[in-house]
Design a protein around this ligand. Sequence first.
Ligand code: ADP
Length: 762
Amino acid sequence: MDTPRYAKTAPRAFGLKAKLLIPLIGIALSALFATGLAIVRIAEQGLIDASQEKLINSAAVVGNSILEKIARARADMTFTPDVPGVAASVNPEEKENFPDRAAYVAHINTLLAKLGEVCGYYETFYVVSDKGMTLVCSMPSAVGTLDISNRAWFHEAMATDNSILSEPFRSRITGDALMAIAQRFTHKDIRGVMVGSIQIHKITHAAVELEAKPWLQVYVVTDQGAVVAALDEKLLATSAFAAKPWFPSVLEADRGQFTMQEDGEQKLVAFYHLQGTNLRAVAVADAAHLLGPARAVRNIGLIAVLLSVLLACGIIYLTVAPVTRDIQRLADFAESVAQGDMEHEVQLARQDELGTLSRSLLRMLHTLKQMITRAEEATRAKSEFLANMSHEIRTPMNAVMGMAHLALQANPEGRQRDALLKIRRASESLLAIINDILDFSKVEAGKLELDHVPFRLADMVQSVGDMLEEDAKRKGLVLDLRVAPDIPALVVGDPVRLKQICINLCNNAIKFTSKGSVSLRVSLWETQGDELTLLFSVVDTGIGISPEQREMIFDAFAQADGSTTRRYGGTGLGLAISRRLVELMHGSIWVESEVNQGSTFHFTIRVAPGPRDLPEASCSELPERTEKVVENLLVLLVEDNDLNQEIAVELLRSMGADPVVANNGEEAVRFWLEHDIDLIFMDIQMPVMDGLEAARRIRASGKPGSAAVPIIAMTANAMNVDREKSRDAGMNGHLTKPIDCDELRRALQDWGQKARERVTPA
Ligand code: ADP
């Protein structure tokens, strides 16, 4: 079956809206994110750098302040030996001012104590001999008892002109953290060393305390990790830093910073080398606190970026959505026009390209409507042409067939009879072709409507067999008809059209088979609710159809092989009509075939099961062909064509009627008024007054019986509309030309009977 040409388009997963919004929003997102993040990152980094610089400065401030104190202590060591009397302490023979050595030592001891007190940061302040033995001291008890000959820094001091700063150590007397500063001097060729034990906290505490914050501690450490300055004095003179895993980083440069992890917290470390010493100031801060402002800037920046992204998305959406909505409206409009709805209109109140498009579409719709109107007019003209042509061809055909029939009734002999039989067969074939062409045009124009009447399937199949029996027998073929017993006897459908399909297929089967058999089988394919699907199969043992040919034989005017026409004749319309009829019956048709083995044409149709009983057809038992079916029946034959008049009069007479002839509608009306007519056969197309008008006038004439007299149309107009027209004009039946003798006989019998009943009611 053909798929509908305009299947409604399913909504697409990625419509225009998505296609526009996704990239636009994507671009906006990435651009805003990239620049926003870069700005935030730069701002954050600036703040981080500033914090780090501040931290290094803290370390430097503490470091430099201590460096200054140390420099002063170095100066103390240089000038103290110059104080009169102090340097002389290195000479045991010194008796200059104090002949008593003990009094001299006591005097110098007191002097040193006073000097140390003035400086304020010495625990002891003393002079040692070049052997390391204390000669004079601010703490008199140390004289002669304190021996520093085993201290490395003493030997270093002895070896240089510069002052030497010792590693920090704990005082044996007070337990305070100390650092010794030593300066060699010479007195009259005798060497001695001036030493001061600095109380470390006294020179560091102020600076360290000044810089310290709850989140920041500053330390001064030696390169070996011994603590020289710390707010927590317990740490002083310990090697607390030597064990820290990050401590080696502090020694790598003169100044710098890094982050490290301690006690599960992130810390920022800045360090500063005290020039000319092995000391380093180290500042340790909580990263969270120090970087807090930078983090805050970052968070605020991210929120701002996010908000601007949302804003951008909103703006893009509000710009794109109305455009895609209007495009969707235009698409819906085009779709509804495609579905055949010509009344749906669209008008966008826009001044841009979409507005222009909507106006163009509207203009297109109006043009389309005009074209449809024109096409419909053309189709009407074509239908009229077909009706006329059918009439024009059928009228002479009627004459040919009727004359042949009449001539055969006279029982001619020999060659004459043979010729007449050939004329009859040829005209029947010609009629079949004309019928095919008409049928095809009707189906194509959608004008073919199917009947829905109950009928006996077996009778229909039998009548197909009856029609084909002779042809099959002539070719020596076995004709086999079977209807499956599970199909209801009566079904509802169009028996005439169904028979037409079966005859088409069986005719082909016989035509293309030279030996073997042709069979028609009907079986039940499927039952769905109260609908049955029947399967018809026409099987032959003929020439078969090749796969390529199978593709095209259902197309109109197509024959499997051009030479077919020459050998077998045919128009190539049979299967095309059959296919369309099958489709109208909600089924499908297909073929299976093997070349030189035979073909099987299958088709399905949907029918409803019929009632249990069907009154026997009134005409089922027709009298013999020559038998009279009526007596003394005055029949008015209205017909303008002489030849047809002659044939009809002969036929009616042979069937027992008394015909009188009127040449047109007007005469017919006059005849009706003047005679007691029993039955009227009325042609439709006639000069002066046509049959439809005449029938209407007779019905309206007011003469007794004018409403009841049977009027049967007898016309070459074979289309359904013609039947409707004649019924509307008040006629009782419709016979088509060329006149089928059996049909005429049946009509005469049925309506003659009714006419009699009318005259002499029982
Ligand atoms: P035609 O009037 O020419 O028979 P159809 O439409 O009935 O037109 O058939 C079209 C063509 O299909 C035929 O000309 C023939 O070539 C092929 N055809 C139809 N039925 C048979 C068959 N039973 N065996 C072989 N060929 C067939």
